[in-house]
Design a protein around this ligand. Structure first.
Ligand SMILES: Cc1ncc(COP(=O)(O)O)c(C=O)c1O
Length: 370
């Protein structure tokens, strides 16, 4: 069996090459390259897809988080409750607006922040919650939104890994004040560079993010706010529009492959390996298929020898990141996040992965654990 990568972007490109190439050529011929008709059409299509009134394209998922926080007027002296287990960008955005992250331990089944712990970390300075829908499984938004409403907190959803995920048919990004998407190439909806988007029901928040992404300017050379350059380009937007039409089909393919992994893990008696959980009525989009395994180092090495790529997302918790040492007060007690950081392992998963390849991965895993 040839090597199995974690993700195969070439296979995806091959499957849509004529349409992508034609879309790129049209942009090249148009001579319009930044914030043009493709970006505007994409904003409309993504707002419709996510079930929000507005969508504002920006240069990355990290920018989406930062500009959404700024748009929600979160800044110095404010505290933002967020998960102790995520990619660093979630906390970077909070610090970039001058606010303080206050970490919440995770629910060990879904890896998302444990909503039952929010109350314990609430203070007079708490202004917002930033849940992350990690690996593609939505956080418990019903309880989280109830909690936020009772303390008038803003909610900024980090949907970078979860585009298309939903609870009872309602898509992530449409629960809170803002949803932040990333179009980094490896994401479920990825472009061929960097890109991101803020989705929201709130007209004034959308207006503010529109302003901030383009130097605080609506009219040429007149600046109403200190913004920045966080523009999406036409090439990426045109590519994303081609891919968006296939997102549901790709997410479905991911879910089928995840289900096959889970049933094969059970059939092979891999009781010591924990498959990902999926809450009832939650639509998981499996950005990553993440198991927990004993002897992780040995498993990684054995799989690598078989040509199987794996990934550890993440080998440490956010509160333990060295960059935060001098930036935030020391926070402790993230038992579940720490346990996860020691045992999680993501296996190859992408829409083009074959059943044979999945069987090979599970057999190799079984042998590695003998
Ligand atoms: C959970 C999470 N948040 C935010 C981001 C940042 O997105 P971007 O890389 O587009 O800036 C990522 C990307 O990896 C992510 O996984």
């Amino acid at each position: 069996m040839s090597t199995i990568p974690l993700l195969d972007l070439n296979a995806q490109y091959r499957s849509i090459k004529p349409e992508i190439d034609a879309a790129i050529r049209r942009v090249m011929d148009s001579g319009q390259f930044v914030l043009g008709p493709q970006v505007q059409a994409l904003e409309e299509e993504i707002a419709r897809y996510c079930g929000t009134r507005f969508a504002v394209a920006v240069a990355s998922g990290t920018d989406a988080l930062e500009l959404a926080l700024r748009g929600c007027k979160i800044g110095p002296n404010d505290e933002v409750l967020t998960s102790a287990f995520s990619f660093f960008a979630s906390v970077e955005a909070i610090l970039a607006v001058g606010a303080q992250p206050v970490f919440i331990d995770i629910d060990p089944a879904t890896y998302n922040l444990d909503v039952a712990l929010l109350q314990k970390h609430l203070s007079k300075r708490t202004k917002a919650i930033l849940p992350v829908h990690l690996y593609g499984h939505p956080a418990d938004m019903k309880s989280l939104m109830e909690f936020a409403a009772s303390y008038r907190l803003k909610v900024i959803e980090d949907c970078a890994q979860a585009m298309g995920a939903a609870i009872n048919g309602k898509r992530v990004g449409s629960f809170g004040d803002a949803g932040c998407l990333s179009f980094y190439p490896t994401k479920n909806l990825g472009c061929y560079g960097d890109g991101g988007m803020v989705v929201t029901h709130d007209a004034s928040l959308a207006k503010e993010v529109f302003l901030l992404r383009a130097h605080g300017s609506r009219k040429r050379y007149r600046h109403l706010a200190i913004g920045r350059n966080s523009r999406l380009d036409e090439l990426q937007a045109a590519i994303l529009r081609v891919k968006l039409k296939r997102l549901d089909q790709w997410n479905k393919a991911r879910r089928l492959r995840a289900a096959l992994y889970t049933s094969l893990l059970q059939k092979n008696g891999l009781g010591q390996v924990r498959a990902p959980a999926e809450r009832k009525n939650y639509h998981h989009v499996y950005h990553l298929y993440t198991i927990r395994t004993p002897n992780r180092r040995k498993v990684i090495d054995r799989l690598e020898k078989q040509g199987i790529a794996t990934q550890v997302a993440y080998p440490s918790t956010l509160p333990s990141q060295p960059a935060l040492k001098t930036k935030i007060r020391s926070q402790k007690g993230f038992v579940e996040a720490e346990k996860a950081s020691r045992s999680v392992l993501s296996l190859p998963l992408y829409p083009e992965l074959s059943a044979k390849q999945i069987e090979f991965v599970v057999q190799s895993l079984r042998r590695a654990l003998l």
